[in-house]
Structures are given as C-alpha cells and as structure tokens.
Design a protein around this ligand. Structure first.
Ligand SMILES: [Zn+2]
Ligand SMILES: [Zn+2]
Length: 359
C-alpha cells in the first residue's frame, strides 16, 4: 500500500513510500483511510523541526487527523464491525505507564515519554490503511462523513473547554461572555462549541470583517473582531467582564495581552504552540495584582484523550442541526493523494486542508 512518509529532521522530505498493508491480530482492527487533515504540526514535521520515526525505522508516516472505515476486525474485537466509520485518537501511553497514562488520561502524561501517531515514534494515518486496537477508536455516525475528519482538532477544543468548566467548580460560575483569540480551525471550532453552549462569544483574528473566517464566525451567532481595527488591550473595556478566553493564535504576545483583559473570576485557556524564544516586557505588578484580586486563572491545555473525542461527536451533531453545512465550510481545500505536496503548502485563505486518500 502507499503511504506518505517523512525523514524526521530533514526539510521537505515528504514522499510516497510503498509498504506492506498492515496485518491485524485477533484483537486489532484494520481501517481503510478515507481522508486526513493537515495542521501546523504536520508543517513543522515536514520542515524538519519536529517528528520522530518509530524505533528502528528511518521514516515516519505523517498524519494524525483522520477519518476511515473499518475494513476488517480481529475475531476477539467487540463493538466494531466492517463498514463502521471511525476516527483514531493520537496519543499512546508512556512506557513507564505513569499514573495518568494508566488512568486513560495519556493527554496528561507525567513523564513526557508518550508516543503520538504521525508525530512521535508511531506511524500516522496518511496511508491507505492503518491498524489499531478498539480502545483508541471512536465511531462516527454516517451523517458526519463529510466533517468527521475535523474531530481530532475539535477534541483539542473540547478538552480546553471541559477542563475549564471542571476547574471552575471552585465556585458558582455561569459564563456569559467568551473571547476566542484566533480564527484558524481551533478558534473556529471553539467558537462553535461556545455558541452551542449559548455563551455570548466574540472571536478575534487579523482578517477583515468581510473575510470568509469572519463570515463563519458570524454564521454561528458569534461576533467577529478584526484585531487590526480593535486591538486586544482595548477589548477589556468594550466587552465588559470577560469570563473565558481561549487563546489559539500561537502568539505568546497575544497570551500576555489576554491575561490583561481577563475578567473577574475568569479563566484563560492557552492552546497555542510557540516554538520560538520571544522575550517580552510585561507590566508585572499590575498584571499580578489583577490576577490575585480577580481570582483569575490561567492554564495550558494540549492533546486530548478519547473522552474529548466522544464529546466532540455530540457537538458535531448539534452543529449540523443548528447550522447545517457550517462545519464543512472549514474544509477550505481538498487535495488528492498524489498531490500531497500541494496540501503541505500553506496558501492564503486556507483554514483546513485535507488529503483525500480512499473512498
Ligand atoms: Zn493537528
Ligand atoms: Zn505517561
């Protein structure tokens, strides 16, 4: 079968490789891949900045955002059958099997020695087929076949938001106003989840008010803010008490600006991966004072375990009822397998690019 592999550490090394179709054991499932989404992590891996091949191999099959269809199940597999549509989770427990990994929370791994399919020490899903054990597979209802490939990025959002509510059990909390920073796939998906929860949501990005991203934000009933016209520091006054901020721009400067406008008892969830070494001068006394006097909370959130994938499926179904077709508009470009190099190029107006692999 054909797969798209990279030589980790080597720039723009993605190429098609022929490998054997995976054989399954009695406890495994073989999945035929339908499509795979591309994100910033894939770009970084293709740029040689990130990524690790499985032990003893010299290439890594890319791809961690997938949608596939069960082709065959081992005889001991229960709960899945041929024809089921599935998405696989990404992270696998560390060899030490730390407290969190053995509790089904490998997204909270303590050792950092976890593996990740398509990213770190395990092959990904840019392949005609992959195999997996059922405990890492999530069933996708038929009506979500066009958008199921967005479940992995949605799981990242689900984790940040579900953890926010869990953390806020420290008090009575009814968030009225949320601010989402960034309108890439994470920012847009967060906007939809917050709107589905009935929260008054503002989503900010650099694009103009008549851009596609702005339209998608507004179609969900959220308000769009063009940050070139209304800078973040001014929003604290304009929006009133901001109960929740989700940062998804990938800029550490934005994260610090967000701390400064967070409301009383508010939560700031940080999801941006900032690989650089930027230094920033901050208004430390004032910032510290406002965090303390306002009982404010800042936390980071990465990856997601299967609980959040399952929650994401429910939200996707809600989205389709409330805003039919809106979710599929996030898929801005579809590329066929052979043209994978095109998919790995960043283009203006890209939101989510996917590679069509099978039918
Ligand atoms: Zn991703
Ligand atoms: Zn662990």
């Amino acid at each position: 079968m054909k797969v798209i592999g990279v030589i980790p550490g080597k720039k723009e090394s993605a190429h098609i490789i022929d490998v054997d179709k995976p054989e399954i054991s009695s406890s495994e499932v073989r999945v035929k891949v339908l499509r795979v989404g591309i994100c910033g992590t894939d770009h970084e891996i293709d740029q040689g900045l990130y990524g690790e091949a499985p032990e003893g191999e010299d290439f890594l099959i890319l791809g961690h955002e997938s949608l596939g269809i069960v082709e065959e199940t081992g005889r001991d597999v229960k709960g899945f059958e041929k024809g089921d549509m599935v998405v696989s989770t990404v992270r696998r427990p560390c060899p030490e099997n730390c407290l969190n990994c053995r509790s089904g929370e490998n997204d909270m791994c303590l050792t950092g020695n976890f593996k990740e399919r398509g990213i770190k020490s395990l092959h990904g899903f840019m392949a005609e087929y992959y195999k997996e054990i059922p405990e890492y597979l999530v069933k996708i209802p038929e009506e979500l076949s066009d958008v199921g490939v967005l479940l992995e990025p949605l799981s990242i959002v689900e984790k940040a938001i579900m953890q926010t509510f869990k953390i806020q059990e420290r008090m009575k909390w009814k968030p009225k106003t949320a601010l989402v920073l960034g309108a890439g796939p994470i920012g847009l998906l967060a906007t939809f989840v917050l709107r589905d929860m009935g929260i008054n949501t503002y989503t900010l990005a650099l694009d103009s008010i008549d851009s596609k991203k702005a339209r998608l934000v507004m179609e969900s009933g959220a308000s769009y803010i063009d940050s070139t016209k209304e800078p973040i520091p001014e929003l604290g006054e304009k929006l009133g008490n901001i109960d929740f901020i989700l940062e998804a721009t990938g800029s550490s400067t934005v994260s610090f600006q967000a701390m400064d406008i967070l409301g009383i008892n508010g939560v700031l969830a940080l999801t941006g991966i900032t690989g650089g070494d930027k230094k920033l001068e901050v208004d430390a006394d004032r910032l510290n004072l406002s965090l303390v006097l306002g009982n404010k909370l800042i936390f980071g959130s990465v990856n997601a375990n299967i609980t959040y994938f399952r929650k994401g499926v429910k939200h996707m179904q809600n989205f389709e009822v409330k805003w039919p077709g809106l979710l599929s508009k996030l898929i801005s470009r579809k590329v066929v397998f052979e043209d994978f190099k095109e998919a790995l190029l960043r283009k203006k107006d890209d939101i989510k690019v996917i590679i069509e692999i099978g039918k």
